[in-house]
Design a protein around this ligand. Structure first.
Ligand code: ZN
Length: 401
């Protein structure tokens, strides 16, 4: 198809003035726990394992379907205002997350969680299986929802349960999202329990394939990187959360060299404190340079692809999302170029990755519908949600006392 010609042939019912703006595809945040925004700042300066013990206590005291909805709106709204149009979210009560994303006008990938310890609502593994299956039944044909199963990790879910979750995903051709190889403690724990590292463990149970989306992958040896590449699994790099929890720096330059599909995520606001894909991009492009003493690794264009096209590919939607092309869905954002830090600009791509920030996003469109206008959400009144969270915050603070 001749793209230039087909653009001319298009007629528009609405014209939008994008003078002094960069127009680009919406960002795809591939790892978040949006409702954890309720707990931002509550548990600080601990390593992942000690931190999780406190997080789970706070979540158990506070989370109901209603508060999960409120927290999800809070977290998704921050993402949407920062130019994220599709998000992968792992959390309790996934149908509440879907409601929140729908109300804001975003696309979401989520689904039934799996967790072997007493979690929220004291659900059993059988309950998780039923909920995961029902999620696919309810949302498999929804254009704005990409159903998945979400086993928390190989240190919180047994191999048998990991495989049962996979069976459901496979039945519906759905995605399989899991935390993997985030810390050295996790690696030694899995080694002790099963005699193999996390990635080898997932592989030996048949869990690495194109549908597997692995959050973190900070601690990997060369064989594990090759295993991920050979099985065409996806890695979500979450540099802010990894740095703040003292987990480490993921070897994304090595994974890139090996041909792994790399995507980006913010993780939840309780670990990274900021649901900011622009900061994430800047860290993804800069950390490997400092680590390798080579400023040429992970260039800006590669990192921009990680935040857009690669996310679309991971979701199985590269024919519809991730770039601005005729025939794709109109998920796009405007970046304000009237800011002091946007003068002068010699290369828009390096500007986006190294200089732009989330407050530069002026307008957001999802499926052609405007959802953010002039930096304000148009789909719902976010002030009501802010007030609800303020009212809830004394109870949240007391949850760890
Ligand atoms: Zn996470």
């Amino acid at each position: 198809m001749n793209v230039a010609k087909s653009f001319k042939e298009l007629s528009a019912s609405q014209k939008i003035n994008a003078q002094n703006k960069i127009v680009m595809p919406g960002l795809i945040n591939m790892h978040c726990h949006a409702a954890d925004s309720l707990f931002r700042g509550l548990v600080e300066e601990l390593s992942l394992e000690a931190w999780l013990q406190k997080v789970w206590v706070a979540e158990k005291a506070i989370l109901t379907p209603e508060t999960t909805y409120t927290g999800s709106v809070l977290g998704f709204a921050e993402n949407l205002l920062a130019g994220v149009t599709s998000i992968m979210d792992m959390f309790w009560y996934p149908t509440e997350a879907v409601k929140a994303a729908n109300d804001l006008g975003m696309r979401i990938s989520t689904g039934g969680i799996f967790f072997d310890y007493p979690g929220i609502g004291n659900r059993s593994h059988e309950d998780f299986l039923q909920e995961a299956e029902k999620f696919f039944e309810d949302y498999n044909s929804n254009e704005a929802v990409f159903p998945a199963v979400m086993p928390h990790g190989s240190y919180t879910v047994s191999p048998e349960h990991l495989k049962e979750a996979k069976k459901i995903a496979a039945k519906y051709n759905g995605l399989y999202h899991i935390h993997a190889a985030e810390t050295l403690t996790e690696q030694s724990d899995i080694n002790e329990r099963y005699g193999e590292s996390v990635i080898r463990h997932l592989h030996s149970h048949g869990l690495l394939d194109q549908q597997a989306i692995l959050a973190h992958c900070v601690h990997l040896d060369d064989t594990e990187i090759q295993l991920i590449a050979d099985n065409e699994s996806v890695v979500v790099h979450n540099p802010m959360s990894n740095l703040k929890l003292g987990s480490g720096i993921a070897p994304i330059d090595k994974m890139f060299e090996a041909g792994v599909t790399l995507t980006l995520g913010t993780d939840g606001a309780i670990s990274g404190n900021d649901l900011d894909m622009w900061l994430t991009m800047r860290l993804a492009a800069s950390l490997p340079k400092g680590n390798t003493l080579d400023p040429k690794v992970m260039n800006a264009k590669t990192v921009l692809h990680m935040a857009t096209l690669n996310g679309a590919k991971a979701l199985g939607k590269e024919d519809k999302l991730g770039s601005l092309e005729v025939g794709k869905i109109a998920d796009f954002i405007f970046i304000d170029m009237d800011k002091i830090h946007a003068v002068p600009v010699f290369d828009p791509i390096t500007h986006l990755v190294y200089s732009a920030c989330k407050s530069d996003i002026s307008d957001v469109f999802v499926g052609g519908k405007q959802v953010v206008k002039g930096g304000v959400i148009c789909t719902l009144d976010i002030n009501n949600v802010v007030e609800e969270v303020r009212a809830l915050s004394p109870k949240i603070a007391a949850s760890l006392v």
